[in-house]
Design a protein around this ligand. Sequence first.
Ligand SMILES: CC(=O)N[C@H]1[C@@H](OP(=O)(O)OP(=O)(O)OC[C@H]2O[C@@H](n3ccc(=O)[nH]c3=O)[C@H](O)[C@@H]2O)O[C@H](CO)[C@@H](O)[C@@H]1O[C@H](C)C(=O)N[C@@H](C)C(=O)N[C@H](CCC(=O)O)C(=O)O
Ligand SMILES: Nc1ncnc2c1ncn2[C@@H]1O[C@H](COP(=O)(O)OP(=O)(O)OP(=O)(O)O)[C@@H](O)[C@H]1O
Ligand SMILES: N[C@H](CCC[C@H](N)C(=O)O)C(=O)O
Ligand SMILES: [Mg+2]
Length: 518
Amino acid sequence: MKLSEIAHALNNAQIVGDPSVEITAVHHDSRKSLPGSLFVAMRGEVVDGHNYIGAALKAGASAVMAERRSIQSQEVPEILVPDTRAALGIAAAEVYGRPTEKLSLTGITGTNGKTTLTFLLESIVKAAGGYPGVVGTISHRWGTAEQAAAHTTPEASDLQMLFRDMVRDSVTHAFVEVSSHGLHRGRLEGCEFDLGVFTNLTQDHLDYHGSLEEYYLAKRILFDRLLPSSSKSKKAAAINWEDPYGLRLIRETQGYPIIGYGIGEDSEVRPLNITVDPDGIRGTIVTPRGNVRVESALAGSFNLMNILAAVAVCECLEIPIAAVQQGLAAVRAVPGRLERVESEQGIIFVDYAHTPNALKNVLDALRIMKRSRIVTVMGCGGDRDTAKRPLMGAEAAAGSDFVIVTSDNPRSEDPLDIIRQVEVGVRDSGYKLLPADLNGKTLHPGCYKVIPDRGNAIAWAIDRLSRDDILLVAGKGHETYQEIKGVRYPFDDREVIRKELRKHASGTGPNGERKGSL
Ligand SMILES: CC(=O)N[C@H]1[C@@H](OP(=O)(O)OP(=O)(O)OC[C@H]2O[C@@H](n3ccc(=O)[nH]c3=O)[C@H](O)[C@@H]2O)O[C@H](CO)[C@@H](O)[C@@H]1O[C@H](C)C(=O)N[C@@H](C)C(=O)N[C@H](CCC(=O)O)C(=O)O
Ligand SMILES: Nc1ncnc2c1ncn2[C@@H]1O[C@H](COP(=O)(O)OP(=O)(O)OP(=O)(O)O)[C@@H](O)[C@H]1O
Ligand SMILES: N[C@H](CCC[C@H](N)C(=O)O)C(=O)O
Ligand SMILES: [Mg+2]
């Protein structure tokens, strides 16, 4: 595509230099620039992309988009725009053939449940004979292609490139997890959505957004983008309208049909005779098109909400009910979400709960299993919302019999500082530090312990677990690293648990010595 055609698609763009230069790719990172690519310079929080124009040209970039004149010679043309961040996605969509106009695109936003919902929808589309594509926290995948995800919602040009490849490989339905950072930072520019989904909104990311109000307003951007357009005239939204912010969203947005899902009888998509037990969720969901029979292996009331969301989406996408039923039943587990690690020691779960609300929901789900004690190993991420730390500590204490506070990606922070902030919430819930005379002997109910090293914390808990206990290792789910001071060290809760269990099976405790059971 010629540079002039890209400029034409943008508002207020001015070309300096040759407009006929051919562009085949769009990049925001000089390190990825190649001959044929347009390097888009964006001002970031860490550096200013304008300072990397020289590096992009050295790497062979054929043209540059910038907010100010940056190239002295006219050898390489430059497009000047007032806001490169807003222009990046639009330019990439043009160069890659406006891929999202060629498939059905569903954007899923909300604090919790997005990843789980993508797994359900992916399975349902397969059952319906379609070809799903997913962009999300665990990976970006379609057909036999799978890329590890650096971000839940990739930068706009990377996202458009994914959609181009999906279209090339005949994907029919794409599902993208839309993070609030992604919305606020313009990563969805250039996307033509068919459907927007809102799961819920509870406290997270206040470090970035400043307030829950700003966090909500970022989420709302997805729904502001749903107005019918020339390429897609039938747009819609599926919203958990029992969430206060979901209800507000319904009141504040208009111009397209909205389907409300929830537990209550007034919801268009709602449960009828559903049972949620430790082995799964079974029963019927009522929809405007008819009843959907649910046989799901996923446990927990929060997963009922995710199943309702999936059914509501399928209602909007008009996916046959038989395929919805088959697709829901085919999802046996979602990686790192209430993932059960088999053990002689007690039941062990790994879960990605990293918000107060997620932790509460998961612990509620475990409570119905009616085992003798729930032991929780948890921590909070560094360089993230500090206000959620005591709240997560309080939720862990409220839902468990014993809490071990540990590290979860301290990033640039001192792990002990983070732990101290979590402890405030644990203590406010009436929990006491495990007394020294009991230290190391028992998981005394109403007590907590601090073990900063996450591997040691897991080992310590497993070593003291009884057959009738539940151990929840929360916060990292599918993650395979621990980020400390800018370095990602290999670390996988599930692997660490299995390693500890193997030690127990061979009759040695975590330190090599023989351990007795409680
Ligand atoms: C706050 C935030 O989202 N920051 C992201 C943002 O950083 P930034 O704008 O400050 O970029 P920067 O590093 O200053 O660089 C500015 C520009 O210079 C370019 N550059 C930089 C260096 C170089 O050598 N050459 C070059 O061209 C960069 O590509 C960029 O375009 O753009 C970078 C490049 O895409 C991202 O890596 C970075 O993600 C940071 C690391 C991050 O942790 N983001 C998290 C919070 C995030 O986005 N999370 C959400 C999920 C949240 C959730 O719901 O749970 C997500 O969608 O993943
Ligand atoms: N509908 C829900 N409501 C509340 N909590 C949920 C819900 N679904 C999942 N959870 C909890 O939140 C955790 C994260 O779930 P999931 O990965 O599906 O959410 P997400 O929105 O993709 O999160 P992220 O923004 O970190 O990618 C789960 O491990 C579980 O503890
Ligand atoms: N997308 C979330 C993931 C948090 C996962 C948790 N393990 C942590 O590091 O806080 C974030 O970046 O805030
Ligand atoms: Mg996710």
